[in-house]
Design a protein around this ligand. Sequence first.
Ligand code: TEU
Length: 543
Amino acid sequence: MTAQPWWKTAVGYQVYPRSFCDSNGDGVGDLPGIASKLDYLAELGIGFIWLSPVYASPMADNGYDISDYRAIAPVFGTMDDFDSLLAQASARGIRIVMDLVVNHTSDQHAWFREAKLGRSAKYHDFYIWRDPAPDGGPPNNMKSTFGGPAWTFSPETGQYYFHLFAPAQPDLNWANPALRAEVYDMMNWWLDKGVAGFRMDVIDLIGKDPDAGIAADGPTLFAHLAEMQRAALAGRDVVTVGEAWSARPDNALAYCGADGPLSMVFQFAHVLEGWDATFGKWKATPRNLPALKRVFDTWQAALAQDGWNSLFWSNHDLPRAVSKYGDTRHRAHSAMALATVLHMMKGTPYIYQGEELGMTNTTFPTRAAFNDLEVHGAWPEMQALGLGEADFLAGANANGRDNARTPMQWSAAPQAGFTTGTPWLPVNPNHKTINAAQRHTPPSVFAHYQRLIRLRQHHPILTNGDHRPLLPDDPDIWAYTRHWQGQRLTVLANLSSETRQIALPEAGQISGQCLSHTHAPRPALGAHPAFAPWEAVAILAST
Ligand code: TEU
């Protein structure tokens, strides 16, 4: 057997720098803060960090608006701090994967400042400009993800520029080979420094055709990715994970099949499944477990032979797993059960900082209390569609981005030990009981994650085994088996807050080694085992 790439057995950990650890008391997390927590991450056992953007940025979108790709934002530290973080991580066997944000830059990037000076300005063609429509309005009716039109008028040029996100995030013109060459150069610069790859922000947008109204999955997407692969990635032992909200089972292999340009994609079918048809994520909807399982089953099947899945419940744009899919009254056990069903699947699991402690969403009392530009951009549009203020607030609290971006809870100390100053976003009041200092107190979510991470390194069935869903229509039970080389792994979880009997299809057949459990170990199961609320097990047997 040929050796597996390292990223098939490693678990990723997303650090959102702003909220991870503040070393200098300014209320914003920073690189020295991350370095000070590497022992904690090593103890957890993760293989690599996905570092959300730390580049120079005016922070209109918390760093997803980059003004210099080769500089560190002063609020996060210096390039020396970065190099030192990289070295210290490497000494602990932890790789660092950078966030590559190349669909757009900040409007403060030198390229854009130059580009907007006039139609013949240097770098003008690095961005997307169009003349006004005959009535002087925008060239077409494309919309920005953050609300309002995707076009903003720029008086110096008398043209509109295109932005799929905020006006402060102008889209780069990927049709221009000179721009593409600059991006590949920059990627090589970071890779030569020793970073282990890239998480590629909204990469499915770079093939857009704004004139045809096409944003995601555009006509030139795969040509650009193939070129990027040749110019920056080929021959390097790196991981690449493309954020692709538009990815579908039927085009996933074009991204990450054997000949595809990327290692894997972050696709969001399980997230989108839970969104309202009219109001999207801004209207809270109840969990539908059969539908959620179907999404995962479909993706496990689609990438069974070729390609590779990424596995995640949450990130800096999504609600925290326990709050969204679990029950905060059974917080620790629901966090552990959700982790079990995800981590026992085929793919690379990603942990969003604090998930390993069972951190929960925070709740904001009013719309004004939100910091994120997305919430403020969405409200007028949702209001126009007929969503009331109270419903919008409930939806924003359920699915807003700030709710999962509160500072990491290190201890019960003031400000959760995150900062000695005033945190940029208030710490969750529950930090007194949910924090890293108490990580070993049973029932320990942290210990459960440690174990799941270790299992992946020791049991090849987790990397290689196939996936067979059980009880797909059960509204509370998540169950499946994995099979590989004479072994069968059975994963069973009661994802409800009631005790539930599970009607196993293979009654009385399950006995073996209990690899993982949330309550007591269960080496054998009878025909109709009763599972406690949020109990989950994984049992390995020979077949
Ligand atoms: O997110 C992509 C994106 O489209 C999100 O805005 C998403 O639709 C929304 O938040 C759903 O919850 C990426 C980054 O992860 C995000 O933080 C950035 O704001 C965005 O791109 C622009 O760079």
